[in-house]
Ligand binder design. Structure first.
Ligand code: HEC
Ligand code: HEC
Ligand code: HEC
Ligand code: HEC
Ligand code: HEC
Ligand code: HEC
Length: 494
């Protein structure tokens, strides 16, 4: 062994290689970038989601890459030296705590590591929290999910975070969603994502178990009263209100009489069905298994196929509450709400029909829509003050409910909780589904089995409350037990 190997050599020389240098430069810049971005993120007036991603995801990623490069450089350098001194035993790094220099280096190293770990932990926690936030889901991926984000701000679940429904509990679910998210990020950047996005067919939608984290399915809801305020499309925008007493009931006999609409809650019985389309609009076959295990199969007369060729789904909350968080209002409902609350003056002649007509035209971009809404209403209402107010409100309705860039509005995602604009309940209760021993007990024409009409009409008529329920007075128009959706679409009545 030669002398010069025996004396301790400078450790620094191992860093003298281009790879480690690159690593040092990269790591230091990433660290600076990280500190700067954190400062911006903490002190900027309003938080920008992109800064958060750069600070807590991108910068640390580059920092780790830098450190890895340094390490690889050192290892390669050592290997090269070893080869050069062929035959020599590899040099071992010796730490001798009796030497003050070693103690000092070790102390500095330990302090730095602890500090770094602390920062990383803090950063990762921030990242975790950040990627769980409504801001991350709704705004960072703003274009694809803008409609869901905007719509969720005016639904009962506005205060519930996206992840409460879309990520199941536990670490496994978190990682699964984030891995899925990388795929989604790719499609967002590549700009080839589905327009509009659907989850019903491809990815399973949230499971009933998710709703049950907050909602107790055994609750007895009893009768729920709802008031629907409409305005006709005539010159006077004649008000027409319906007060319904919905028999929501419950499915657990220990809390109240079992029955009513929430009887489907799947506590004692099981309802399964198949749909012949991806949006679950057409349900030709239903199978019910009651609490005694008795099975009844219903099918429509035109369905001759074999149900096992389709995916058999178990009915759950989302088969009725299909838009619990992302309710885009129909133009009819949105305009009626604005009129009922005075944001649109019902005294303006033809306001209902003209505003709805302006909203439902086929526009390709939001900018185009907002401009054309303004020009068509200016033309219809010459008084500029009246027109401007109407235009502002109409444009606000458009922004909240129409997303032409991703091709999403009330038409694309069915809301199944009733039967007026979508077949909803009447997908099964249309009176056409029959079993070997007869029809389903609840048919569309048995209006009173699901709800009572307490009062209807306008003005004085609304004071005539009937506890047994009125027969429905359908304006002057004909209606029968056939589907309401043949005429009502949420837009202009056929
Ligand atoms: C109360 C539960 C709930 C919350 C909170 C929620 N979602 Fe949803 N989301 C659903 C359900 C249920 C569906 C499936 C709807 C269907 O089958 O039509 C869905 C569907 C979606 C879809 C698929 C497209 C569509 O419109 O059907 C996207 C995208 C989406 N949600 C994003 C979000 C974002 C972003 C947030 C937060 C701003 C959020 N969700 C909050 C329950 C929720
Ligand atoms: C994180 C808790 C949470 C989860 C998960 C959740 N909800 Fe809710 N939900 C609420 C709260 C809170 C309200 C009441 C909001 C209010 O009345 O202000 C509510 C209200 C509702 C309502 C009544 C809406 C109305 O207009 O009165 C329905 C229906 C509903 N949820 C269905 C669902 C369905 C279906 C799911 C599963 C996809 C679900 N919820 C998941 C918390 C949750
Ligand atoms: C057969 C259809 C159907 C199913 C299945 C269903 N619901 Fe409902 N639910 C309704 C209807 C209809 C109403 C009352 C009208 C409305 O809210 O628009 C209602 C009302 C509610 C309400 C408000 C009740 C109140 O006291 O104000 C909640 C909360 C709710 N449902 C949650 C759920 C949850 C959670 C599930 C699944 C475990 C579920 N529903 C399954 C149809 C259904
Ligand atoms: C997937 C098919 C399906 C859908 C969708 C559906 N139902 Fe049902 N419903 C059934 C079946 C099956 C039964 C039990 C059969 C019978 O009563 O003959 C039932 C029974 C009922 C009952 C009687 C419960 C009792 O007291 O015994 C009511 C009320 C009811 N449904 C209301 C509704 C309402 C309201 C909706 C829409 C919000 C709806 N259903 C949507 C399949 C469905
Ligand atoms: C299978 C149960 C069921 C049957 C049968 C049924 N309905 Fe309904 N109906 C509902 C539910 C559920 C809603 C509430 C929808 C919601 O919450 O938006 C509703 C809502 C309504 C509304 C208010 C809709 C609005 O926007 O103003 C009217 C009016 C109505 N039903 C009339 C009828 C008439 C008339 C019949 C008989 C021909 C009938 N319904 C039969 C379940 C039923
Ligand atoms: C043959 C076509 C047709 C059928 C079927 C039909 N309606 Fe209508 N309905 C109309 C027309 C037309 C108007 C008047 C619309 C207007 O002036 O804006 C109307 C008005 C209404 C209104 C008040 C105004 C509004 O825009 O909401 C309600 C509520 C209503 N219908 C409920 C129903 C229900 C529930 C069913 C199914 C049981 C049904 N209709 C079936 C054609 C129909």
């Amino acid at each position: 062994m030669s002398d010069n190997l025996a004396k301790p050599r400078s450790f620094k020389r191992l860093f003298r290689n281009w790879l480690s240098w690159a690593g040092i430069v990269l790591g230091t810049s990433a660290l600076f970038a990280f500190l700067l971005l954190v400062a911006i993120d903490q002190f900027a007036g309003h938080r920008n989601p992109y800064v958060g991603i750069l600070a807590y995801v991108v910068a640390p990623g580059f920092f780790i890459l830098g450190v890895a490069l340094i390490a690889i450089g050192v290892l390669l350098q050592r290997r090269a030296e070893g080869r050069a001194l062929r035959g020599a035993a590899p040099r071992v790094l010796r730490i001798d705590l009796s030497r003050p220099r070693d103690r000092k280096i070790l102390a500095v190293f330990a302090a730095c590591s602890v500090g770094f770990l602390f920062l990383t932990a803090l950063g990762s926690y921030q990242t975790y929290q950040y990627t769980e936030s409504v801001q991350f889901c709704g705004q960072t991926c703003h274009l694809p999910m803008e409609p869901e984000f905007v719509a969720s701000q005016h639904a009962a679940h506005a205060k519930v975070e996206c992840v409460a429904c879309h990520v199941g509990p536990g670490a496994a679910a978190y990682f699964k969603t984030k891995i899925n998210g990388v795929k989604q990020l790719y499609h967002t950047v590549a700009n080839d994502f589905e327009r509009p996005i659907y989850v019903t067919a491809v990815n399973p939608r949230p499971a009933q178990a998710i709703c049950e984290q907050c909602h107790w399915p055994n609750k007895y809801a009893g009768s729920v009263e709802r008031t629907y305020r409409h305005f006709l499309s005539d010159e006077k925008n004649t008000p027409f209100t319906v007060r319904l007493l919905l028999n929501v009931g419950g499915g657990d006999p220990s809390n109240g009489p079992e029955g009513g609409i929430h009887w489907h809650m799947n506590i004692a019985n099981k309802i399964e069905y198949i749909a012949t389309d991806d949006r679950l609009l057409s349900i030709p076959w239903v199978r019910m298994t009651n609490d005694k295990g008795v099975i009844t199969e219903y099918r429509t007369p035109d369905f001759k196929g074999d149900p096992s060729q389709y995916r058999i789904r178990r009915m759950d909350c989302m088969d009725c509450h299909s838009r619990p968080a992302h309710k885009t209002h129909t133009p009819n409902d949105a305009v009626e709400l604005a009129m009922a609350t005075g944001r649109i003056d019902p005294g303006i002649p033809w306001a209902k029909s003209k505003v709805v007509a302006a909203l439902v035209q086929p526009y390709t971009t939001k900018t185009e829509a907002l401009q054309k809404i303004a020009s068509s209403l200016h033309e219809a209402y010459p008084d500029p003050v009246q027109a401007d107010r109407l235009i502002n409100e109409t444009q606000a309705i458009y922004r909240a409910n129409f997303f032409p860039e991703v091709k999403l509005d009330w038409r694309t995602h069915p809301d199944f909780v009733g039967h007026k604009n979508w077949d909803g309940c009447f997908r099964c209760h249309d009176g056409k589904h029959t079993a070997a021993d007869g029809k389903m007990s609840i048919k569309a024409s048995d209006c009173r089995s699901c709800h009572l009409i307490l009062a209807q009409g306008s003005g004085q008529q609304l004071e005539q409350v009937n506890a047994k329920g009125h027969d429905f007075v359908h304006i002057d128009a004909e209606y029968a037990e056939f589907s309401c959706t043949e005429c009502h679409t949420g837009g202009i009545q056929k």
